[in-house]
Design a binder for this molecule. Structure first.
Ligand code: MLT
Length: 410
């Protein structure tokens, strides 16, 4: 009989958001009439903006004529999109990139999950705790994690707790690590790092020859000054960091799928003889072997986010979600909840009331007021006793949810 990859047996039974969906479906089976408000998975609810639709439609109609039809696209993505990304997302920050350093893809989830393939199995990885589960699970699948301990931690992974004691900001590892996953603005806590705080990580990586895998999928939600939108705003980061970005939350592409990863040519890691190699070349090799690119209409739609009209329309949608975030923050604060995030990120991280566990609070919200959120413990052991709500709902549902929570018996 064929054998399985036994690393998969080390994983929790279900992916976090699949487990939540399973629980909702079970509840709906018993209460088919329930008006459930979903503030769990960070999925957008506003439609694609008119400029994006126009770009999309133009792309589709070009596919209908032999003259403008396109088959396989360029391996790293179309130049028209890559150049817009460099000119609009990086150049204004004083960051220079070449086209060959940007890789268009179908999601930051896929890229943050796949990137570990270009690294050896003996690398020690560090993750913040709580953390977006994809970083951990993809390393478990690869066999880099060791066994899951009774404390909910994999033996070989270095966890960097983000707790009330450190203001939910990770501290530098005490031991040497090779790969560091950082996500800022953070999913799930909604917290950010200042430039000075992020510089500590870049300095650590440079001193220890580590690589930072920087997930900046939520940078468009930053409202305050002084918070880096890209890790490359920090001097020296281009030698040690790979950055992931996405159109999913920025422009409502969760169903449409488009993202990009920046792998500067200067980021190197060594082989077993100590010889240094460009990670850019390895990622190119990996992508060209396993991925055939994002469809032309979708890349045309993504490029339309950079027109002046497109930028304005997207900005309005982000402002809409950030108003939701303020409604949730203020509503919960009035009710006496201890909360974090929601100022520069679409996530609000709250302490569960009455010492309820994260899943107990999940059940209480679902059963008593039909609201779905995400249990903090699903993001790691330090998330126990916390709960995440997203600002991506409609205004109506966000307001309704706050009204319902105010009636909750706690
Ligand atoms: C989340 O809810 O954490 C995100 O939606 C997950 C994702 O973007 O894959």
């Amino acid at each position: 009989m064929a054998q399985i990859n036994e690393n998969y047996l080390q994983l929790p039974g279900n992916y976090l958001f699949s487990e939540i969906a399973r629980k909702i479906n079970k509840y709906k089976d018993v209460h088919p009439e329930a008006d459930i408000i979903r503030l769990g998975i960070g999925d957008v609810t506003r439609p694609l903006v008119p400029s994006v639709i126009e770009g999309f439609q133009k792309g589709v109609s070009e596919m209908s004529e032999a003259k403008t039809f396109r088959g396989y696209g360029p391996e790293q993505g179309y130049s028209f999109l890559i150049n817009q990304i460099i000119a609009n997302d990086y150049h204004p920050l004083g960051i220079e990139l070449t086209e060959a350093e940007v890789f268009i893809s179908d999601g930051a989830k896929c890229d943050t999950g796949n990137i570990q393939e270009i690294f050896g199995l003996d690398n020690i990885i560090a993750v913040t705790d709580p953390v977006y589960p994809v970083y951990v699970d993809s390393n478990v699948m690869a066999g880099r994690s060791g066994q899951l301990g009774a404390d909910g931690r994999y033996q070989k992974i270095v966890y960097l707790p983000c707790t009330e004691a450190n203001g939910l900001k990770p501290e530098l590892p005490q031991t040497k690590v090779d790969l560091i996953y950082l996500c800022f603005p953070n999913n799930p806590t909604g917290m950010t790092l200042t430039k000075d705080e992020l510089k500590l990580w870049v300095d650590y990586a440079r001193a220890n020859q580590s690589i930072i895998l920087f997930d900046a999928a939520y940078e468009a939600f930053i409202q305050e000054q002084g918070i880096p939108h890209s890790i490359y705003e920090i001097e020296g980061a281009k030698d040690v960091a790979i950055e992931f970005r996405s159109f999913s939350k920025t422009a409502g592409f969760t169903g449409t799928r488009c993202a990009f990863t920046v792998v500067p040519k200067s980021v190197m890691a060594c082989d077993s003889t100590g010889k240094a190699h460009e990670l850019n070349k390895l990622w190119l090799r990996r992508q060209t072997t396993k991925f055939n690119g994002v469809s032309y209409p979708v890349q045309a739609a993504a490029a339309a986010t950079y027109t002046s009209e497109g930028k304005k329309q997207i900005h309005e949608v982000i402002a809409y979600y950030m108003t939701n975030a303020a409604i949730i923050r203020e509503g919960l604060q009035k009710l006496g909840f201890k909360i974090y995030g929601g100022i520069n990120a679409p996530y609000i991280w709250l302490k569960t009331p009455g010492k309820l566990t994260s899943w107990e609070f999940f059940d209480k919200l679902l059963n008593e007021v039909q609201i779905v959120g995400t249990p903090g413990s699903g993001f790691g052991p330090s998330g126990e006793g916390y709960f995440r709500l997203t600002a991506f709902g409609s205004r109506e549902n966000t307001e309704k949810a706050m009204e319902r929570i105010s009636k909750l018996n706690i």
